[in-house]
Design a protein around this ligand. Structure first.
Ligand code: HGY
Ligand code: MN
Ligand code: MN
Length: 420
């Protein structure tokens, strides 16, 4: 069958996105579906049933990564993988990660509906804990798949309530038996919203993604002395929150000094957090990113120099440790060409770009040819309950995903079969 008949149904994709948005729906129209929560279990169960209804076999590895396989004509070919993540931020939107998983499902549904047989099997993937919001770091279980972290490291990661990833994985019934890495594939394509303003600003329909910038996460604890806010003179205080505030301002300046790099503090815990106690301890997280590793080194040095400078003269102590380092990644040029051809075939405008946000594809690129496809999102806004894109943009992204996969599959078909 000519592949031009393989047309995505944007309405079916949109309906699936809206249906699964009920798992963790928030009053403001977003999603709170933290990894391994009850709502994550519900959407995983939904995804498994949807894949099985399309005739796929679904299996789960030891850190909860889900793999659904549709057979191809040639058993000698490893599958082509399509996927992303279904977990969200606490105030997440309907499309971050979800579009990549459900866009892949719609591509597979289109193949099923037309009876089209690919050369290689097709494998849908849902990666565990891409967000890293509940269990740091981000992209944790695609990282385990890529050999960056061990399963035991992942199991031991603990949320702010003291629960471990391993316990929660078992609690929701998604600690699979398959060894991590046993689900082999030969390439990965990930569809995602851009989560930034470029495509919308330039009125481009598809982002042909060339790579992901470098990312580093740190944890800082500032220690002072709890004291009475009424009886303690200003000059005698050891105010941990004041020290942290000065550090946070200095961290923002690191970002401003190294544009287009970014520097952020997103999580802060002030202790004892009582209105009439001078704070004795503050914990906060730091997120530094830049496309160039050498500049990221300079940002890290500037950040680390700022801490003692901000604590000076206040009789404060502090501890700082880097908990994550995900170097900048370049995607596979052959797969990038498949995406570009897939967009041209559909007649969509394109723009090559690197990703500001982290994605599972950044780690998978270490073990298999990998690339990504972006569609615009409204105002470039993401990690926000008002995150939005349109039915047409979702449809365009899924169509390019399908076209790119079929282009790659066609190239595989040209390879001679091994003489067994
Ligand atoms: O942090 C990130 O860039 C991704 O959303 N986890
Ligand atoms: Mn994402
Ligand atoms: Mn995200």
């Amino acid at each position: 069958m000519p592949t031009q008949n393989l047309i995505i149904d944007p309405q079916k994709l949109w309906d699936a996105i809206m249906e699964t948005a009920k798992f963790g729906a928030t009053p403001k129209g977003g999603i709170k579906r933290l990894t391994l929560s009850d709502d994550d279990k519900r959407v995983r169960d939904w995804f498994k049933a949807a894949c099985e209804a399309l005739g796929c076999t679904v299996s789960v590895d030891a850190v909860g990564n889900m793999f659904a396989v549709r057979p191809g004509k040639r058993a000698d070919l490893l599958p082509i993988a399509l996927g992303s993540h279904l977990d969200t931020q606490p105030t997440g939107g309907k499309f971050d990660g979800v579009l990549g998983v459900l866009g892949a499902l719609e591509a597979l549904r289109t193949l099923e509906a037309t009876g089209y047989e690919t050369n290689a099997p097709i494998m849908l993937v849902n990666w565990t804990n891409e967000e890293g919001s509940r269990f740091a770091p981000a992209m944790l279980c695609s990282g385990v798949y890529a050999g960056v972290f061990t399963p035991d490291y992942a199991y031991a990661r603990t949320d702010r309530d003291g629960k471990t990833l391993g316990e929660e994985l078992a609690r929701i019934g998604y600690r699979g038996s398959a060894p991590v890495g046993s689900h082999q594939f030969q390439a990965l394509f990930e569809l995602h919203i851009e989560q930034g303003p470029i495509l919308e600003a330039e009125a481009k329909e598809i982002g042909v993604v060339t790579g992901v910038q470098g990312m580093r996460w740190y944890e800082v604890t500032v220690s002072g002395q709890e004291a009475h806010t009424g009886a303690t003179p200003m000059k005698l205080r050891k105010n941990a929150l004041l020290g942290a505030a000065r550090m946070i301002q200095a961290i923002d300046k690191v970002g401003m000094d190294y544009l287009p790099g970014v520097a952020s503090v997103g999580l802060i815990e002030n202790r004892p957090n009582s209105r009439n106690v001078v704070p004795g301890e503050v914990f906060f997280t730091v997120d530094l990113r830049h496309p160039d590793e050498a500049i990221l080194d300079r940002m890290e040095a500037a950040f680390r120099k700022a801490l003692p400078d901000c604590a000076a003269g206040q009789d404060l102590g502090f501890e700082e440790k880097r908990i994550w380092n995900s170097p900048a990644v370049a995607f596979n040029t052959d797969l990038i060409a498949c995406v570009r051809r897939g967009a041209e075939k559909a007649g969509y405008s394109t723009r090559h770009m690197a990703s500001g946000a982290g994605h599972d594809a950044a780690y998978i690129a270490r073990v298999a040819p990998t690339t990504m496809i972006f569609v615009p999102c409204l105002g470039g806004l993401s990690h926000n309950e008002t995150e939005s894109t349109t039915l047409d943009e979702c449809g365009r992204g899924a169509q390019v995903l399908l076209n790119a996969v079929l282009e790659y599959d066609r190239q595989l078909g040209d390879r001679p079969q091994p003489i067994c």
